[in-house]
Design a protein around this ligand. Structure first.
Ligand code: GDP
Length: 460
């Protein structure tokens, strides 16, 4: 639902903290009249005479009846999240009190906020661009250190700055070439085609780097899809349970998955790993043959990481090297994990160490050497890129715009190669600019805005 101009004049209200009973709840008001409205129900001080960024103790009253003792924080425009006057009322966290306070303020003229309306106002008032607004949603939903970092980087504008400066350079070229269109009679060239090519190639490199960061970004946001592959009785369930106990586990039944593919999420070193229980594999005798079992196979191929788990007492060298060969052909990063080291034959362990020095020897049952396993898992997903603060794309909409940008930049290059006329060249450049602008919100449609902000919850 796109907002009409008149609605922007409203003072909106919503509970900013989660529904339910808590020690305190925060009710947020935003709009020109926010402080005036709050002042009508607040007793203790004249809020309209107070300075920005101050907190005041008092009571909220409906006529004579005291609803609650509260703290009121004031943010005077434009020094607030929405750049409007904002009042945050901290009440006691009872749903009765919350409802009474909101009802009272609505009766004085506030309007219940739509989902995402606070963030939408912040965007419309120039607090930040669209990519940053979307990062607010990601930040609220982030449940690991990694996803939190990525959202935080983006919210603070890391991503947008890069896009914006590239866009400015390109706009310069677009206008120079369009200027040439006005002088078609004379044979003038305001924009050097060689310089344009250099800029477009530079842009392409950045855009491609951003596009390729999406895989990593996706992993950070949604977790690394991980599969434990191994023969029946290798110890897959035992390992999964041991990891779940060891690390901060978020055991979840993800809706829509069948019993065969229950997913467990495990937070390892600040990164979420989504373990797919490969129950399907257990039914067959040879694990890697079982990859042929289509659904299991699909899961394997969708994985970003495979833990190849084998029982040291029940697997010989021939079998292991056959399995490793097959996994190498699959092309997905995998770790060789030898289980049940507690009862293994030391000669076999030595032989294995010689052939495959990178094997990790563990005992899932006795929880031995699991830290080595988890640190190797972290090494393999290589999040260093993200830790150095590099720009990472986590948003499918940005990814989409970037792929379109890439295509139109390639069209510009082709145009230069084929020496197309200026109007075609200008058109292709304009198209690249359009897609880049979509990311940060220089170019938006009401539908796009509505779509983005409706994904927020009320109160955000
Ligand atoms: P899955 O079929 O691959 O899921 O294997 P399970 O996790 O069900 O384990 C098979 C059997 O191996 C169970 O009896 C486990 O208790 C046992 N097991 C698992 N890990 C170890 C280990 O590290 N050492 C020993 N001695 N037994 C283990």
């Amino acid at each position: 639902m796109a907002l009409h101009f008149s609605q922007k004049e409203d003072t909106i209200i919503a509970l900013a903290t989660p529904q339910g009973v808590g020690a305190i709840a925060v009710i947020r008001l935003s709009g020109n009249n926010a402080i005036k409205l709050a002042n009508q129900v607040f007793y203790g001080k004249d809020l309209e005479k107070q300075e920005s960024h101050t907190i005041h103790f008092g009571t909220i009253r409906d006529e004579k009846r005291v609803i609650d003792e509260v703290l009121v924080s004031l943010f005077i425009a434009p020094k607030s999240f929405t750049k409007e006057n904002v009042v945050e009322i901290s009440t006691h966290g009872s749903s009765y009190i919350i409802n009474q306070v909101i009802k009272l303020l609505v009766s004085k003229g506030a309007r219940p906020a739509l989902p995402g309306e606070f963030t939408q106002r912040a965007f419309l008032n120039g607090q930040f661009d669209l990519a940053q607004a979307e990062a607010v949603a990601d930040l609220i939903h982030s449940d690991s250190e990694a996803s939190h970092q990525a959202a935080m980087n983006q919210m603070r504008g890391g991503f947008s700055g890069e896009i914006a400066s590239l866009r400015t350079e390109l706009i310069h070229f677009a206008s120079m070439i369009e200027l040439e269109l006005d002088f078609t009679e004379e044979d003038v060239e305001f924009a050097s085609r060689d310089d344009l090519r250099i800029l477009v190639e530079k842009l392409l490199r950045v855009v491609e780097q951003l596009i390729s960061s999406f895989d990593l970004g996706n992993v950070i946001k949604n977790g690394v899809p991980t599969v434990i592959a191994g023969k029946p009785n290798a110890g897959k369930s035992t390992l999964l349970n041991a990891l779940l106990k060891e690390e901060k586990a978020i055991v979840s039944d993800i809706a829509g998955t069948t019993r065969d593919f229950i997913e467990d999420e495990i937070n390892i070193g600040g990164v979420i790993f989504r373990f797919t229980d490969t129950a399907g594999i257990r039914e067959t005798t040879d694990v890697l043959e079982a990859m042929g079992v289509s659904r299991t196979h699909e899961k394997m191929k969708a994985a970003s990481l495979i833990l190849y788990l084998f029982d040291l007492g029940d697997t010989d060298m021939v079998e292991i090297s056959k399995d490793i060969n097959k996994l190498e052909n699959l092309g997905i990063p995998f770790l060789k994990v030898a289980n049940k080291v507690d009862k293994a034959n030391p000669l076999f362990v030595n032989e294995l160490k010689k052939s495959y020095p990178d094997t990790i020897f563990i005992s899932a049952g006795k929880k031995e050497n699991l830290e080595t396993l988890t640190s190797r898992i972290l090494e393999l997903v290589n999040l260093d890129k993200f830790r150095t603060g590099n720009t990472i794309v986590t948003n499918i909409r940005h990814y989409d715009s970037l792929t379109r940008t890439r295509q139109s930049l390639l069209d510009v290059l082709t145009g230069l190669d084929e020496e197309v006329t200026n109007d075609f060249l200008a058109m292709d450049i304009r198209r690249s600019l359009h897609f880049l602008g979509e990311i940060t919100g220089e170019i938006t449609t009401d539908d796009l805005l509505a779509n983005i902000f409706s994904k927020f919850c009320i109160g955000k």
